[in-house]
Write a protein that binds this ligand. Structure first.
Ligand code: UDP
Length: 272
């Protein structure tokens, strides 16, 4: 798997087509396994806010690094890949990935279960996906269930035998939920997709293409949902962290070059 390390997290540098091919392989492998934990492949769609949080949250970082695949959901991750790894990568956002899988669902025979968002939202998203792409939706449930209802929800998911479970409880709640229940879920592919059902159901409008292309989707969300500003303060902090790490890496590289030159000069002097 092609991946790079950014601020302690392993992140895939696959583009959308390659990612969907990798996920197709996970579904095939998962379908052949017998035990729940061997069967499940957890996919994280990672943005700067969550990676910043993971710097001080060991459990979250562990979940990210144990995932089968981590995609670059936000432009902050794309920037970090450029600054720290010298790589130009494509953003593979949760919503684009979800739509791509839903588009491929009928042709590939993948059934999908939607879990999350307020009552009625997953159902509306399911209807839209069925109408738009002919997606095979085998069930849905809202994301507001109690501890006691949870066993029933997981039982229902397993009974419906989805190939893909999309969990929209918001990040990082959904990542913790997936990890907590990985031994109970009998699903080959489980993906945390944040607030995607709100967008696909039509409740919330996604940023216009111009914003998406300029990597300014975060600005659109800030304009539309200003109460997010507190969470979004993580973004400038993340950029500062990336810049600091880039300077540290460059200094380390320069020091290593200087050391090699000194060693070579010393060897040359000895030979003379
Ligand atoms: N949500 C949920 N259960 C909860 C808390 C949140 O299903 O207990 C849903 C919420 O209704 C919303 C989504 O999780 O649809 C969170 O969306 P947000 O845009 O905040 O997530 P992000 O994309 O930032 O991770």
């Amino acid at each position: 798997m092609a991946e790079m390390e950014i601020l302690g997290a392993r992140i895939s540098d696959l583009d959308m087509v390659e990612t969907v091919c990798a996920l197709a392989a996970y579904i095939d492998v998962g379908r052949q396994q017998n035990t729940a934990d061997a069967m499940m492949h957890h996919i994280v769609t990672l943005n700067a806010e969550i990676l910043y949080k993971a710097q001080t949250d060991e459990r979250l970082m562990k979940i990210i690094n144990n995932a089968a695949l981590v995609t670059a959901d936000g432009s902050g991750i794309v920037l970090a890949a450029r600054e720290l790894c010298g790589k130009e990568i494509e953003r593979v956002t949760g919503i684009d990935l979800m739509q791509e899988l839903c588009r491929q669902s009928a042709a590939c025979g993948w059934s999908i279960y939607l879990l999350g968002a307020a009552p009625g939202v997953a159902e509306a998203a399911a209807k839209n996906l069925q109408e738009q792409y002919g997606t095979i939706i085998c069930g849905w449930h809202d994301g507001y269930f109690s501890e006691t209802e949870q066993a029933w929800v997981i039982g229902e998911i397993n009974e419906k035998k989805p190939d893909i479970l999309l969990v929209a409880l918001g990040a990082p709640r959904q990542e913790f939920w997936i990890e907590d229940n990985q031994d109970r879920l009998r699903v080959p592919l489980v993906i945390g997709v944040g607030g995607c059902f709100d967008v696909i159901s039509g409740n919330i409008k996604r940023a216009p293409l111009a914003f998406q292309r300029m990597g300014l989707e975060w600005l659109w969300r800030l304009i539309k949902e200003p109460w997010r500003y507190k969470r979004m303060l993580a973004l400038p902090k993340f950029v500062l962290l990336v810049k600091r790490e880039a300077r540290r890496k460059h200094a380390q590289m320069a020091e290593s070059v200087r050391r090699n030159v000194r060693r070579k000069n010393a060897d040359d002097n000895k030979k003379r």
